[in-house]
Design a protein around this ligand. Structure first.
Ligand code: PLP
Length: 411
């Protein structure tokens, strides 16, 4: 997080004191840096400049409306996976010609809406879905542009729970089946297969799985060429990983840029990316307060007012988010410490440290790199209101989504 710094032992995001913001807002809350968002998006665009891709931000990683408007202003499109995300992207002013729709279970209602809005591509994931689109298109007397999501049967070498490109995963269609689909539908009057899409997983830190995927795509495109079948787009999905701690490696985006450039020098396709985490993860913090410290012989549990309902990734994927103090001190805690939440589940635990500074009731801490799959995965489990979302603005902040009101949750 480039804009997160201590000044005189106090934590600042850009030029705003987090302690000051926490005095005026109920914790826990998410706090974003739009400067970081702009830096990330610009860097991504710049790195792939030679292939001039359409960058469709994966809305699922951060579906905040103000966040999306900021991305729209930077030139982003959207990758959506539901009616809700599609409507949100449109509300943010993202042009339908920059929206792609992914997902294995799009309903008739969702497909109809997407067709009516004339979005760039519906990336289909089964023959059943294609037939459903044909039915709708026939009814409306239109021709619909679709993509076929292939399943390249490649291990993304990431957490199993966020891997999507093996044949045992529910996503995409096998290469053999894709060939049959192209043969079956190439002359269809109601659909035009314009794209191949692929997305093999998330938080991928090594270039190899992407390289292997492009090889599979390359072979498939050559087969299509032999049959005189032309497509216009390759949607390469997202999945680029980020370092969640200082010791983690950084994904080599420049190398990926060169790889895609070389690939496309043979195929001359319009390239689409669907990055989520790479654009949004390091834009956000979750600010929480210490409710109690429960000391045992071997460990001190630091019980926060943020729980797994506010930040699900550790419980869901064993993900680790560093927790840093808002006010630094030089006193050391004598015991092992574990940050946990208040939820009635044993998986409501975040991270353990052998050494940490002394903490006391009421102290503030921040979870770092939670701008992706943070607030978007949160729930109201245990009847806890959804956390507010704030963005820093110079030395101050603005509320970009208010904390959910308890009275709205219990009505
Ligand atoms: N595209 C699709 C189809 C996805 O399923 C996902 C994430 O699950 C993404 C893009 C975004 O992935 P990431 O946030 O890893 O870039």
């Amino acid at each position: 997080m480039n804009f997160l710094k201590y000044r005189d032992n106090l934590l600042y995001l850009e030029n705003a004191s987090i302690e000051k913001i926490a005095k005026k807002n109920v914790t826990p809350f998410y706090l974003y840096s739009f400067k970081q968002l702009e830096k990330n998006f610009t860097y991504f665009k710049h790195t792939f400049a030679s292939t001039n891709p359409t960058i469709c931000f994966a809305v699922k990683s951060n579906p905040n409306l103000t966040f999306l408007k900021k991305l729209r202003n930077l030139g982003s499109g959207a990758d959506v996976v539901s009616m809700g995300e599609l409507q949100l992207a449109l509300k943010a002013g993202i042009h339908p010609s920059k929206i792609v729709f992914s997902g294995v279970g799009k309903t008739n209602e969702e497909l109809t809406f997407a067709i009516t809005k004339k979005i760039l591509l519906i990336n289909t994931e089964s023959e059943n879905e294609i037939d459903e689109i044909i039915k709708i298109a026939k009814n409306k007397k239109v021709k619909v542009a679709i993509g076929i999501r292939i399943n390249p049967d490649i291990a993304a070498k990431t957490n199993k729970k966020i891997s999507t490109g093996k044949k045992s995963d529910k996503f995409g269609i096998s290469i053999n089946h894709c060939e049959a689909i192209f043969n079956k539908y190439k002359l269809n009057k109601f659909i035009s297969i314009q794209a191949i899409s692929v997305h093999i997983g998330s938080q991928i830190k090594n270039i190899n799985p992407f390289e292997k995927t492009l090889k599979v795509v390359d072979l498939f495109l050559k087969k299509l060429k032999q049959k005189n079948i032309k497509i216009n787009y390759l949607d390469i999905g997202g999945g680029m990983g980020i370092p969640y701690s200082k010791s983690e490696t950084i994904f080599n985006l420049t190398k990926y840029g060169k790889l895609v450039e070389k690939f496309n020098s043979h195929h001359h396709l319009k390239i689409i990316f669907e990055p989520g985490r790479y654009i949004s993860a390091n834009t956000g913090l979750l600010v929480a307060r210490v409710v109690y410290i429960k000391k045992t012989k071997s460990i001190n549990f630091v019980i926060l007012d943020a729980g797994m309902n506010d930040l699900m990734r550790p419980a869901l994927y064993d993900a680790k988010h560093e927790v840093i103090p808002v006010r630094k001190n030089n006193k050391k805690s004598s015991n092992l410490i574990e940050f946990v939440g208040p939820i009635c589940e044993s998986t409501d635990r975040f991270i353990t440290y052998k050494k940490y500074q002394h903490l006391k009731q009421g102290d503030l801490v921040c979870f770092t790199n939670v701008g992706a799959y943070g607030r978007s995965l949160s729930s109201t489990y245990n009847i806890r209101p959804l956390a507010g979302e704030l963005a820093v603005q110079n030395t101050s902040y603005k509320i970009i989504r208010p904390r959910q009101k308890l009275k709205d949750l219990i009505k």
